[in-house]
Design a protein around this ligand. Structure first.
Ligand code: CS2
Ligand code: MG
Length: 409
């Protein structure tokens, strides 16, 4: 078999997605997700200008060789743009291999280690009653674990909190990057946040009891000692995990946090390679690997980092927001189904528009996700529908402290 075409499709059904479609001389096609939220065209251009011509004529079965070729031959390794482009190629080749074998990709990765993937959903509210409504709605929909984000008195605009009442249907209105020529500005006050968050979890535990697994995302906004303080103050509420408490470019920062708290830690949604996890895993400084197949070079490296993590009893918690396309979500769901050290899968349903463009065999039943048993990844692109949603420039928001300083997020 030989690759005869590699096309990049940019579409914006509710939000922007970049998809690579690889075609072979035997008529089999494969899809890969190359979406980098707010920087979509950089990856599309990396693929069309530097990668697609290298694929023509190659044997699509040689996934590992193609991955190593793209990673090593460029000389310039790593980084989100490069690794999202390589991820798309890797996923598309696994998709083709699965179709050629007549098997879903998880079978090629060793077969299912469980019947389905337990997920967590995103509840949020501007105040406690709104948050409780959001949690109840998620529980009614079958979610068994809940991420809790809430507004903080003194902070006017905070990422991760839906501004609309959940009933409007725009339940994750914070998640699509804002469309327009400039990013929107939010604000941040760490002291106010650190004071408020434990009171929110106390209220949630009082209302929903001790059993419900609860998660929280800190979006990299604390220093290590502030992060340690938050982990410690949340210990009475028994979190499933506390995510991205501090920027992790400096992996050693987690030694300090770990010495102070037993709250489980999840890190890695912005990581691109195993090297970003090296110290965190080897020194057992985290509990969950948050990488996304799309930003981590695809299925092949995701499986490898999880095999490394398994030696240290560290589990998966792959990044599954709506900016990971249905192709990327399917790719990591096949990995999650196959590995032994699966932890949980983040799941935010894609919009109806998105689901008309990406036709999927994925199912979500009673809080459990399954990639389906179609050969390959189980996602097909409706190119006509894709063409009806042209790209729109979009940015993630950024935030400033009260004195005007740009802050981490
Ligand atoms: C978040 C995401 O899902 C998460 O945990 O951190 O909403 C993240 O901010 C976006 O995916 C950024 O692209
Ligand atoms: Mg996150």
């Amino acid at each position: 078999m030989k690759i005869t075409a590699a096309d990049v499709i940019v579409t914006s059904p509710s939000r922007n997605f970049v998809t690579l479609k690889i075609t072979t001389d035997e008529g089999l096609t494969g899809l890969g997700d190359a979406t980098l939220n707010g920087r979509e065209l950089a990856v599309a251009s990396y693929l069309t200008e530097h990668v697609t011509q290298l694929l023509i004529g190659r044997d699509p079965h040689r996934i590992e060789d193609t991955w190593q070729f793209l990673y090593r031959s460029a000389y310039w390794r790593r980084g989100p743009v490069t690794m999202a482009a390589i991820a798309a190629v890797d996923m598309a080749l696994w998709d083709i291999k699965g179709k050629a074998a007549g098997m879903p990709v998880y079978q090629l990765l060793g077969g299912a280690s469980r019947t389905a993937l337990r997920t967590y959903g995103h509840a949020s509210g501007r105040d406690i009653p709104e948050l409780f409504d959001s949690i109840r709605q998620h529980l009614e929909e079958g979610y068994k674990s809940i991420r809790v984000q809430s507004s903080v008195p003194g902070i006017k605009a905070l990422y991760g909190v839906a501004a609309q009442a959940q009933a409007t249907g725009e339940r994750y209105d914070f998640e699509p990057a804002g469309r327009g020529a400039q990013p929107t500005e939010e604000d941040w006050d760490t002291r106010a946040y650190l004071r408020h968050v434990p009171t929110v979890f106390e209220a949630v535990r009082n209302e929903f009891g001790p059993e419900l697994p609860l998660l929280h995302d800190g979006h990299h906004r604390m220093t290590p000692i502030q992060a340690a303080k938050l982990g410690k103050s949340l210990e009475p509420y028994d979190l499933f995990w506390l995510e991205d408490v501090t920027p992790a470019e400096n992996q050693e920062a987690f030694r300090l946090i770990r010495q102070h708290t037993t709250t489980p830690l999840a890190v890695g949604e912005v990581f691109n390679t195993v090297f970003d996890f090296q110290t965190l895993i080897r020194e057992q400084l985290i509990d969950y690997v948050r990488a996304a197949s799309t930003h981590f070079g695809g299925i092949s490296p995701l499986k490898k980092v999880m095999d490394y993590a398994a030696q240290y009893q560290i589990r998966s918690g792959f990044h599954g927001p709506t900016d990971v396309s249905p192709v990327g979500l399917a790719a990591q769901s096949h990995v999650g189904l196959a590995i032994h050290n699966f932890g949980i899968q983040e799941y935010m349903e894609h919009s109806k528009k998105t689901n008309t463009v990406f036709e999927q065999s994925m199912t979500f039943v009673d809080g459990y996700l399954h990639p389906g048993d179609s050969p390959g990844l189980g996602v097909e692109l409706n190119e006509e529908a894709a063409a009806s949603f042209p790209y729109q420039q979009a940015y993630l928001p950024y935030n400033r402290l009260t004195d005007g300083t740009v802050h981490d997020w």
